[in-house]
Design a protein around this ligand. Sequence first.
Ligand SMILES: [Zn+2]
Length: 437
Amino acid sequence: MANSKRSVAVVVRGPEAGTFLVVRRPDDPGDPLAGVWGLPAVTLADGEDERAAVVRAGRDKLGVELAPGARLGEANADRGEYALTLADYEAVITAGVPAVPQPDRSVTQYVEWRYTSDPAVLAEAAARGSLCAQIFLGRAEEVQRVAAFRARIGLDTLIDVHTHFMPERLLAAVRAYFDAAGPLIGRPWPIAYREDEQTRVATLRSFGVAAFTALLYPHKPGMARSLNEWGADFAARTPGCLHSATFFAEPSAAADVARALEQGARVFKCHLQVGRFDPNDPDLDAAWGLLAEAGVPVVTHCGSGPVAGPFTGPGPIERVLARYPRLRLVVAHLGMPEYAEFLTLAERYPGVLLDTTMAFTPFVEKGSPFPPSELPRLRDLGHRVLLGTDFPNIPYSYAEALEALERTGLGSDWLRAVCHDNAISLFEISSLSADRV
Ligand SMILES: [Zn+2]
């Protein structure tokens, strides 16, 4: 590559703790970041050092004096005509009040500015390739790997039907359980994504995930209703979240499901491995009936991985399907380790789908490999397979989960259906825009 360019972007700290300044770029049709919120940035002039460029960014783009602080990191990208190296710096304003646009039209001027404390504001820019936003979100290399995956298969956005968000106290308990490799897990499981909730949402969006779930699940009776209240609130305040709900085998199950459906739940989670209940428990009959009638998908952990439970495996859930054949059952984890049996179930019942959560990753392949002889059946069921990942509770990176799917060799058409199109039709998502799902 003939040319190279160096730039700096500035995280200008705001007057209130935790806030920083973001700017919106103009709607220039030639700019891949047009109209998107990002960080103020400049390209280094010949002979200029990075800290001097930070000061110039303050003067030329915001009309303020900046004092540069810590260098937060750098990232590289191949921009075709040139190789770009960009570094993020912290800075504080020592004089002046920001104003945009500034008069110097020889550089890109911004059309709006504001302070925010929400890193999610930068997620879209990161997803569209903005290095400064990727560095700020702390996962520059991974965001680029995910973007490269999307580009290889021809998708702008992904839909992930198996992600977990839950109340902080429950999340802390789940993390502690994974950290201790509790008996339902059975091996070390270092969770990769441990940031606060806003940052986890921003991370998903920086991967180009336009819609995702917030799968919650009770491990004992008496929890489902309050989890569902939290799930409704989370969906209402989180663009891109498909409103998620749950239930347990207890006398209130039908009422819990009915209430969640009334509140607008679009997907349910049923966890037979953690819940250790029989899906044919009479307490659940009316709940299954409501779900089958509503046609709302139920992501169900019914396989016997990572450790079998008393009601895991294809038998118990198949008896439910025999009674409620219209149920939109989504078999989590491709039913691992009983892959073949759950493929048979999907072939037998047209309402059954499978999610790919953790499948084909080296972590799972070590103990529960997907049998290569079953790949043709998985290919033929491609219209009923959905991307799932278990984000954030995974012991490897999100990019690794996607690359593992690619290694199946099932091809780009299959991957596009799995990672996007099938979920679009299942959830009747009409717009690709994350904030309108
Ligand atoms: Zn899960």
